[in-house]
Design a binder for this molecule. Sequence first.
Ligand SMILES: NC(=O)c1ccc[n+]([C@@H]2O[C@H](COP(=O)([O-])OP(=O)(O)OC[C@H]3O[C@@H](n4cnc5c(N)ncnc54)[C@H](O)[C@@H]3O)[C@@H](O)[C@H]2O)c1
Ligand SMILES: O=C(O)C(=O)C[C@@H](O)[C@H](O)[C@H](O)COP(=O)(O)O
Ligand SMILES: [Zn+2]
Length: 368
Amino acid sequence: MSETISVHLGDRSYEVHTGPGLLARAGQLIAPFAQSGRAFVITDHNVREHHGNTLTGSLDAAHLKHVTFSLDPGEQTKSFHGLEPLLSALLQANIARNDLIVAFGGGVIGDLAGLAAGLIKRGVPFVQIPTTLLAQVDSSVGGKTAIDMPEGKNLVGLVNQPRAVIADTSVLATLPERERRAGYAEIVKAGLIADAEFYAWCESHAQAILACDQQALSHAVAHAIRFKAFVVEADEMEQGERALLNLGHTFAHALEAHGGYTGQLLHGEAVAAGIALAFKLSAQLGICPEADAKRVIAHLQSIGFITDLRQLPGAPFNVDKLMALIASDKKAAAGKLTFILARAIGRAFIERDAPADVVRELLQQETQ
Ligand SMILES: NC(=O)c1ccc[n+]([C@@H]2O[C@H](COP(=O)([O-])OP(=O)(O)OC[C@H]3O[C@@H](n4cnc5c(N)ncnc54)[C@H](O)[C@@H]3O)[C@@H](O)[C@H]2O)c1
Ligand SMILES: O=C(O)C(=O)C[C@@H](O)[C@H](O)[C@H](O)COP(=O)(O)O
Ligand SMILES: [Zn+2]
């Protein structure tokens, strides 16, 4: 059930190790990247409590010196407010360019620690040890790092590739069910973008994934990582096709920013609602069969996602505010809105001039 997937990016290439029980071997796997023999572990309090000892035990076994920085859990930590004290703490601990930063946690820790690693002393190497389903299948791979801004999600960041990723699927057993479901949104996204067969597999295995069945989980995680690696290898800096990975995200990021990143609405939950909206928009524009949109929404609802904006955490949503946030999305250019739309399940494409009046009308229908 263990697998190693290579991400081929020239001199920034790395390996993603995935499977059960890897955390106990993490020290040995990351030691080659810690030139100084020192590891600076950045984590959050929940992850430290559940899995901190396993990681530090493995660092000891690999004769790595280590210090841990444990942050408050939650999206609000992925901000200027969270970044500044982290940079100061790393500097006060005399981090050097030949040390290694270890991002040990979910996407919040991965994005924040990866950004800190890229900024501090103009770059200290880092590895990702993702501990949420979402981080294992998506955020730990591909090098996007960022903080959220009041003006929009992930608007300040760097593309900074890790030296290695270690995704131990057995740590997901302690993850709350709501967080597992949120991670599933980024798995099913892969099928919806480009692989109708994998989407159908997801429909029949979603419950097993959510129940942490190791076989279903390992298959889903490895498949999603391979897909992400394939896309990132072709377009690391998102000059073109990498934007497909943003299916559902133009809406999702606006929904998250609308509430000020309080953590009420999880990223994966916003992505599920955003995918439902992207399929509805595609159907309304006559691009996608109505039946495909209905099938996707029915599946998302069947596993407990809320796709009705009136019921979504953070409601009520103001359409003018959502439209302003959508206009400030990173993918927007020259006043035109970019959405990832779909011709069918498994056939997503990038629409760089989506009609703002149709988007507004859809949001109005969905929020009234
Ligand atoms: N860089 C990328 O490509 C990329 C991709 C997708 C999402 N993201 C970002 O990722 C973030 C969301 O990440 P997330 O969903 O992992 O949330 P998260 O990092 O907030 O983690 C979710 C919660 O689970 C807890 N937790 C983590 N691992 C645990 C474990 N094994 N057992 C028990 N509790 C555990 C955390 O403490 C936290 O409370 C968002 O900011 C999103 O924008 C980035
Ligand atoms: O890796 C990517 O590329 C993605 O778009 C993956 C997304 O799931 C993720 O949420 C990412 O952080 C969004 O990136 P952004 O550039 O739209 O902020
Ligand atoms: Zn995402």
